[in-house]
Design a protein around this ligand. Sequence first.
Ligand code: ZN
Length: 60
Amino acid sequence: MHNVNMLEAKCPVCEKRARVLDDMSKVICKHCGYEDEYDAYLEKMKDRISSIVDEFMLER
Ligand SMILES: [Zn+2]
C-alpha cells in the first residue's frame, strides 16, 4: 500500500471527489467512471467556470 497524499479534484461529471494521479497525468473518478488527462480536465473545468459566469451575467 502506497502512503502518498492523494490529490483530489472535483469530478466534472458527477461533482464528487475524483482522484488525481501522483504524476498529475490523469484524473479518475471512482463514482461515475470519469477518466481524463489532467490537462483535459483542467480545460473542462475552465469551460465550466466560464459557462457558469455567462449564466450569472445573463441572470443580471
Ligand atoms: Zn464522477
